[in-house]
Design a binder for this molecule. Structure first.
Ligand code: DQA
Length: 156
């Protein structure tokens, strides 16, 4: 086991643009749950998993890049819903590749059932995996999968 396996495992949860409007924004697509409610569910799940989760939202690409950089040396995993930047941002993808921290990509909606421009993700090739289409549950499933992956790596 690596030494870091003994300290509390810390996960950075990143929410991208427009996700601060969850609850009001296109509820037919994204549901009625607000971002604060999603963060509370994640904190509850983190406590069940015996880990720490730090939740950050930004509408600005550079701030999301900075948040990814700040995870370096601090967080063992990143859970990210990059919102529309999923489909446009080479900068976010490069930041994730640079810090090389296990990452799970999540989406509330099933991006493959929607417009063609949502079918491509710049994040997917640098992520362990992706969970898409389960509403706020996508985040909880993503957190569980990420923690499971990290613990398996530590055990191996
Ligand atoms: C989203 C899907 C993206 O295509 C969209 O731009 C979002 C939200 C989702 O969670 O379903 O802002 O990431």
């Amino acid at each position: 086991m690596r030494p870091e396996a003994f300290s509390t495992l810390s996960i950075l949860v990143l929410h991208g643009p427009n996700l601060n409007l969850l609850g009001q924004r296109e509820p037919g697509v994204y549901g009625n749950t607000t971002l604060d409610e999603i963060d509370s569910l994640l904190i509850q799940e983190a406590s069940k998993l015996d880990i720490k989760a730090l939740c950050v939202q930004s509408n600005h690409e550079g701030e999301l890049v900075d948040a990814i950089h700040s995870a370096w040396g601090r967080d063992r995993g990143i859970l990210i819903n990059a919102g529309a930047y999923t489909h446009t941002s080479i900068a976010l993808r490069d930041a994730l590749a640079a810090v090389n921290i296990p990452t799970v990509e999540v989406h509330l909606s099933n991006i493959y059932r929607r417009e063609n421009f949502r079918h491509h993700s710049y994040i997917a090739p640098v992520a362990i995996g992706q969970i898409s289409g389960f509403g706020s549950e996508s985040y909880l499933l993503g957190l569980q999968a990420l923690v499971h992956y990290i613990r398996q790596q530590d055990a191996g």
